[in-house]
Design a protein around this ligand. Structure first.
Ligand code: ASP
Ligand code: MG
Length: 461
C-alpha cells in the first residue's frame, strides 16, 4: 500500500488534475490513499480573505468569486458526466457558502479565533479533495473524499502548529480506510489540518500537508510515501544559487530533516517526524517527469564518497545575542530566556553559547518581539541584548560528516578562500550537519565555493 500526496504546485488547473488522474491510472495496481493540498494559491486567497474581512466586508464577494471561478473552471474542464458535474458543483457551492458565512462572521465581529482561522484556511483542502475525488470517479475509479475531522485525524491543541496523536490516528484511520481499500475505493484525504480532541480543526502550519501525508502513511503502515511536486527532488544546493546544482538520488530521514529545517524548500521540515522508527520509503516525484529521476528517502543513511550531500541555507534568520560576563555560569539563564520566548510565541531554531554570550537563532519576523520579551532581563547577569538581522545561515549536510577527518577544514577553507568571513559556527550538535552564519550578502558566494569544492569536478582536480 502507498500514500500519494499531491501539493498545490501539482494542482494548478484542469490540465494538472487530469495529469494526476493519469498517474493514478498507471499505478492503479497498488492500493493508494491520496492526500491533497489546496489548489495552488488558494490558501493564500483564504489567508488574505480573512485579513481583509477583519477590516471590512466589502472584500468578501471578491474572495468568494475568485474561489468559485477557479474551482468551477476545473470541474467544467474535467468532468464529462453531466449529472456528476452538477452534483459536484452543488458540493462545491455548499462549501463555499459555508466559507462565505464564516467570513461575514469575521467581518461582523471584527475578530477571528485561532480555530476559526484554521476552519477558514482548511476550506481549500476540502474543495480540492472533493474535486479530485469527483474526477477520479468520472474516470472510472471509485473514490471518496474524506475530511480530516471525519476520519479522526486527532492532534494536540496547538492550532497553528499541531502535532498528530499517532496512536489514536492509527486506530481511527485503519478502521475507516481499510474497508474502503478492500472495496477498491480510493480515499482522497484533506491535507494540512487535523482536529483536537474536541473536534476543532487544528493546522500543521503552512505547507503542512507533507506532514499530514507522513502521519497517514505511518498510521496505515504503508511501504511507500510518494510526494508529488512540480519540481524534481532535492539538489546538492538550491539550483537558483548555482547552475551546477545536481539532483540527489538518495537521502536519509536525518539528512532530510536537517536540510528541510534549515532551508531546503522541498519538504515541510516536520515531514520525517512521524516516520521515525519505521522503514517507510519517501519518494519525491516530479509530476512533469513521470519516469524521471526522483529523490528517495530511506530511514537509514548511506555514506557517499565525499560525505557532503547538500548545502541548504536560510536568509530569513536573525541571531539574538544575550551578553553578560557570567551567562555561562549562572544556572537557569537559558531556561528563563527559553520560557520568555515561548510565552512570546517565538521559536528558537538553535542555540550557540559561550561564557559571555548566548546566541539564539530565530526567525527574522520574530526579532523585535524577542527583544521586547527579554528586555526586562537586562541588569544583573545580563548586560545587554542585541539582534543581528543582516545574517544568513548555511547548513552543510551529509551522513558520516562528524566522523570524517578533515572535512570541516575543507568546508571552511573553501569559504575562506572565497573571501567570506564565518561569524559563528556549530559542529557536533547534529550528527549529519554543520551550521554556520555569514553576512547575508556573503551567503551565495560562500555556498558556491563549498559547492565547487565538493560537487564540481573541475574545481577539485
Ligand atoms: N495548502 C496549505 C498551504 O498552502 C498546505 C499545503 O500546501 O501543504 O500552506
Ligand atoms: Mg502548498
Amino acid at each position: 500500500m502507498r500514500v500519494a500526496k499531491f501539493g498545490g504546485g501539482c494542482l494548478r488547473n484542469s490540465t494538472d488534475f487530469l495529469r494526476v488522474v493519469e498517474i493514478l491510472k498507471r499505478e492503479r495496481s497498488e492500493p493508494t490513499v491520496i492526500v491533497v493540498s489546496a489548489i495552488f494559491g488558494v490558501t493564500d486567497v483564504l489567508h488574505n480573505g480573512t485579513r481583509f474581512a477583519l477590516n471590512s466586508e466589502v472584500s468578501i464577494p471578491l474572495t468568494i468569486n475568485n474561489l468559485k471561478t477557479r474551482h468551477y473552471e476545473i470541474i467544467e474542464a474535467t468532468i464529462t458526466d453531466l449529472a456528476r458535474r452538477n452534483s459536484l458543483q452543488r458540493a462545491i457551492d455548499e462549501k463555499i457558502q459555508r466559507l462565505e458565512r464564516l467570513l461575514y462572521g469575521v467581518a461582523y465581529t471584527g475578530e477571528v479565533t485561532e480555530s476559526v482561522s484554521v476552519l477558514i484556511l482548511s476550506q481549500g483542502e476540502r474543495l480540492s479533495a472533493t474535486i479530485l475525488s469527483g474526477i477520479l470517479e468520472d474516470n472510472g475509479m471509485p473514490s471518496v473524499p474524506l475530511e480530516s475531522e471525519n476520519i479522526g485525524l486527532q492532534t494536540d491543541d496547538q492550532f497553528e502548529n499541531a502535532t498528530a496523536n499517532l496512536a489514536v490516528i492509527q486506530s481511527n484511520l485503519q478502521q475507516c480506510l481499510l474497508p474502503l481499500i478492500k472495496q477498491d475505493i480510493i480515499p482522497v484525504i484533506t491535507g494540512f489540518y487535523g482536529c483536537n480532541e474536541a473536534g476543532k480543526p487544528t493546522s500543521f502550519g503552512r505547507n503542512g500537508s507533507d506532514y499530514s501525508a507522513a502521519v497517514i502513511a505511518r498510521a496505515m503502515n504503508v511501504d511507500t510515501l510518494d510526494i508529488w511536486k512540480n519540481v524534481s527532488g532535492f539538489h546538492t544546493t538550491d539550483p537558483k544559487i548555482t547552475d551546477n546544482a545536481l539532483p540527489i538520488a538518495l537521502l536519509s530521514y536525518q539528512e532530510v530533516a536537517e536540510l528541510s529545517y534549515f532551508g531546503a524548500k522541498i519538504l515541510h521540515p516536520r515531514t520525517v517526524e512521524p516516520l521515525r522508527g519505521s522503514a517507510i520509503e519517501i519518494r519525491i516525484r516530479n509530476i512533469h517527469a513521470y519516469a524521471g529521476c526522483c529523490t528517495i528517502i530511506k530511514h537509514q543513511g548511506q555514506y557517499e564518497a565525499d560525505v557532503i550531500k547538500s548545502i541548504a541555507c536560510n536568509s530569513n534568520i536573525s541571531v539574538l545575542k544575550v551578553h553578560g560576563a557570567g551567562v555561562g555560569y549562572k544556572p537557569g539563564i537559558i531556561g528563563e530566556i527559553g520560557q520568555r520566548l515561548f510565552i512570546a510565541n517565538v521559536n528558537i531554531y538553535s542555540v550557540i553559547t559561550s561564557q559571555t554570550c548566548i546566541n539564539l537563532l530565530i526567525d527574522r519576523r520574530d526579532s523585535s518581539r524577542s527583544i521586547s520579551a527579554l528586555t526586562s532581563l537586562v541588569g544583573g547577569v545580563i548586560a545587554g541584548i542585541d539582534v543581528r538581522d543582516d545574517v544568513a545561515l548555511i547548513a552543510v549536510v551529509g551522513e558520516g560528516l562528524l566522523t570524517t577527518k578533515g572535512l570541516a577544514a575543507r568546508v571552511f577553507s573553501a569559504v575562506a578562500e572565497s573571501g567570506v568571513n564565518v561569524e559563528m559556527f556549530s559542529a557536533g550538535a547534529s550528527e549529519v550537519a554543520y551550521y554556520f552564519i555569514v553576512q547575508r550578502d556573503d551567503m551565495e558566494p560562500a555556498i558556491q565555493a563549498v559547492h565547487r569544492t565538493f560537487f564540481e569536478q573541475s574545481a577539485t582536480t
